[in-house]
Design a protein around this ligand. Sequence first.
Ligand code: PMP
Length: 288
Amino acid sequence: MLIYLNGEFVQEEDAKVSVFDHGLLYGDGVFEGIRAYNGRVFRLREHIERMWDSAKTIDLKIPITKEEMEEAILETLRKNDLKDAYIRPIITRGVGDLGLDPNKCATPTIIVIATGWGAMYGDLYDKGLTAITCSIRRNPAQSLPPNVKSLNYLNNIMAKIEANYKGGDEAIFFDTNGYVAEGSGDNIYVVKNGVIITPHTLNNLRGITRMVLLEVADEMGIPVLEQNLGYFDLYTADEVIVTGSAAEVAPVTKIDGREIGTGKPGPVVKQLMAGFTLKTETEGTPVY
Ligand code: PMP
């Protein structure tokens, strides 16, 4: 596997980063998770824009242009002969000393990894995911805004650990006000009486797949509301859905032991999954 590392393509075993890199020492950096479908990168520009916004927020000055990053991503796919892939661009603060000060880090480290990766949840797209609500709150926007896709994912990993202990495929975060925020790695929606309801995007990541899902819903004439949700809304929903670039569009059929709706993926999620797949098959930036 060839990895893009600071402007060069190197073999995986040679793709090494310093132990003084602040991405490693402090999670100081940003990343993206992007998919390519059949030789086209899905929503590439949107991911790059979000990456730049994340970097801007943490005052990380990226030494290459958005176009250069896009080209690095496309070239990584070409070099690895990949048509369907999961792509992970990473920009860290770079190599510094053992102190926190980012001013000591001269140059950001830029990495692009691309691998073949099929459906993240395997057969659960047919069966539905089992989720748990998480006792740990999502980072509040007043601290580290969840809108920043930073390398500091410990909050999410703590949620995942809880899901693992409780036998869940995914953990659902609440925000510090007690409202539903998002999954550990995806955005969340409930469907009630034919209406999709999803939280506002202050206390979650502004998912690119979320944007796509809202587009699909609009095109299909399914009404969407953005409003606060509590655990009552989760348990009493007709359907619960999660979305992400890795997860794609997935039904949740059990939360904290309660069956959601009929306990099987419902008609709305099935429609949305089909609409999403159609977009992934017909849109995207050509690799070749
Ligand atoms: N929330 C979190 C915490 C995530 O890690 C992700 C995955 N990037 C998402 C939501 C979904 O975002 P996207 O659809 O852009 O992948």
